[in-house]
Ligand binder design. Sequence first.
Ligand code: ZN
Length: 479
Amino acid sequence: MRNFTIVGLPDTSVKESRDRIRAALKNTGFPFPRGRVTINLAPADLRKQGPLYDLPIALSILVSRGEIPAQALEHAVVLGELALDGSIRSVRGVLTTALMARRIQKQSIFVPKENEQEAAVIKELEVFGASTLRELIDHLLHRTQIAKTIYLRRECIQQNEHCFSYIKGQDLAKRGLEIAAAGGHNILLSGPPGTGKTLLAKSFPSILPPLTEEESMEVTSIASIAGELTSSSGLIEERPFRSPHHSASAVSLVGGGTWPTPGEISLAHRGVLFLDELPEFPRHVLEHLRGPLEDGVVTISRAQATVKFPARFLLIAAMNPCPCGYASDPKRRCVCTTMQLQNYQKRVSGPLLDRFDLRIEVSNLSQELLLSEVRSETSSSILTRVIAARKKQADRFFDSACHLNAEISPALLEHVCFLTPDAKTLLALAIESQSLSPRAASRVRKVARTIADLANSQTIEEHHLAEALQFRGQKMQRE
Ligand SMILES: [Zn+2]
């Protein structure tokens, strides 16, 4: 192997590609060249990782030996892993590469057959999926043609099983979820076991508007880098809903690893991150969420490079009010000691709790409500209001970086969360009597902004603010 070197910051996986390329070429009928072969991966200051360079390196060797004319690849981007027998294996990050190919105005992209739908999402590119090196070489030499990939748009699956109309009662919780969906606010659902907290959370995506095309691209790119796309996946069109278990590590939650890969919070980008049994998550793991919840990105620092992944998600968490679960239940007695209660509450830090704008108590339904036949409002009718409220936000923020009320920056707050004098008085009162921190107060104003949007009101009235305070768990009686 001394006569075959790869330079330009390759990691071990790229160095291993020498064996694969040598064997794949040999098994395709091209003996490895005698003499020295040096592959220069440029630019040299960027670390190269993963096996996706196998295929372009193998083709470069063939081009340099005159086996393939250089023009055949002039306007193309190539990526893929080679197996020893010369077949081409799927790789991660195909959509990201295809987006890059479009940006630098390439005409075509050659990808592993298994990844072709992922690349075909980009309409401006000619996509060719190849299964073997032989097949690709024959195509480049015009011996046989690989058919251009046609993007197969998947049937939109209607998730009717999670319609809100199947959830009886819980009007307050549903109202809270509607506000959250409209403005992008985080929610904490609290209540005894068996009250349907998980069902409410799982039904939540049914009242979220569909992804825009741009958002679909972002979501699909992240899933591609994380290796979560299957061979049939094209563009992801449903909002992500991720529910990691409380035993999940910090790395799987926020991302990381030697080659930084996105974690659950990035896979939940533009969608929902649901943390069931919130206090069961280790506190140090939860603390990692604080930054991304503010900034919408997660930064992973490694010796070689710092990677940023988008992580603009809506957080829904669920918890029991106490370890036994029945502290807030009027019918059953809580058996927890004061000590147990204190320890339980300490498991979630104050600063994290502070980021839940809507805290919803979910309680058991009365017997008559359980047995009633009345169906409640459907998700699609709630969604109509959510979309109308989001439209108002889109108009308001058309020239700023934020999209939703939850993302309003401190500088923008005064301008867009304008309070009527009565509302102002009420907020001042809450700050004084409930020791509402400045951060909490501005979060209340953003929720109130959403409530006003849902009511089609330009200004934030007193009752909008009162409802926002109530959802934050603040008492709001005026003296
Ligand atoms: Zn208890």
